[in-house]
Design a protein around this ligand. Structure first.
Ligand code: MN
Length: 190
C-alpha cells in the first residue's frame, strides 16, 4: 500500500528506477540523492518500516544548526531506491540525473515511526557527509505535500555555513565519486 503513489507516478518501461521488492522493516538506512530534475534539489530519504520516507529539499541539507532547510514530503520510495544512481529519461516523471550524494545508517533514541506521525523527528546519521544529530519538524500539514524543516543539531559534526558548505566542498557521489556530468554522460552512452 505504501508504494501505491510511487508506482502510479512511474512507467517502469521508460524509467530505470526500481519497482521495489524488499520490504525489510529492520533496515535503518538513510540516503540523500542529488537530483537534477526541472530544478536541482536533494532528496532526503529515511528507511522507516520497510519503505524510504522521502523529502525533497530544494536547497539541500546544511551542517549549520542555525540554517533550517525546507523539506517537502513526497511519496514513499522502495528501499532499493537508495542504491539508484543514474538517469531518468527527460520527459518521464522526475526526469533528470540522480546521484547518491550520501548514505549510511541512522539511529534514534525514540520510535521514529511514531515521531514521524507526530511530525517531530530526532535522529542520528552515520554518513560520509552527514553525521551526528538531525531534526525534521513538520510545519505545515497539507494533504499532498506536507512541509517540514530539516536542520542539524549543534554538535561535533556541525559546521558554520560561511566556513564550510558541504554541498560545495563535497559535491560528488558517495557511491562512485562521479560528478553529475559524469553520471549523465555515462548513462547516456549505455
Ligand atoms: Mn527528486
Amino acid at each position: 500500500m505504501a508504494l501505491k503513489k510511487y508506482h502510479k507516478k512511474r512507467d517502469f518501461v521508460e524509467s530505470p528506477e526500481p519497482k521495489g521488492k524488499i520490504k525489510d522493516k529492520n533496515v535503518l538506512l538513510f540516503v540523500v540523492q542529488k537530483h537534477d530534475a526541472s530544478h536541482l534539489h536533494y532528496d532526503f530519504r529515511l528507511a522507516i518500516n520497510g519503505v524510504l520516507k522521502s523529502w525533497a529539499v530544494p536547497k539541500g541539507p546544511c551542517l549549520d544548526p542555525t540554517v533550517k532547510r525546507l523539506a517537502v514530503e513526497v511519496e514513499d520510495h522502495p528501499l532499493e531506491y537508495a542504491a539508484f544512481e543514474g538517469a531518468i529519461p527527460k520527459g518521464a516523471y522526475g526526469g533528470g540525473t540522480v546521484m547518491v550524494w550520501d548514505y549510511g545508517g541512522w539511529e534514534a533514541e525514540t520510535d521514529l515511526a511514531k515521531a514521524y506521525k507526530k511530525g517531530e523527528m530526532k535522529f542520528t546519521l552515520y554518513g560520509e557527509k552527514l553525521s551526528g544529530g538531525w531534526h525534521l519538524i513538520r510545519t505545515k500539514r497539507e494533504a499532498n505535500k506536507p512541509q517540514w524543516l530539516l536542520f542539524k543539531n549543534d554538535d561535533a559534526y556541525s559546521k558554520k555555513l560561511n566556513s564550510y558548505d558541504v554541498l560545495k566542498k563535497q559535491p560528488n557521489s558517495a557511491l562512485t565519486d562521479r560528478t553529475m556530468t559524469q553520471i549523465a554522460t555515462e548513462e547516456a552512452s549505455k
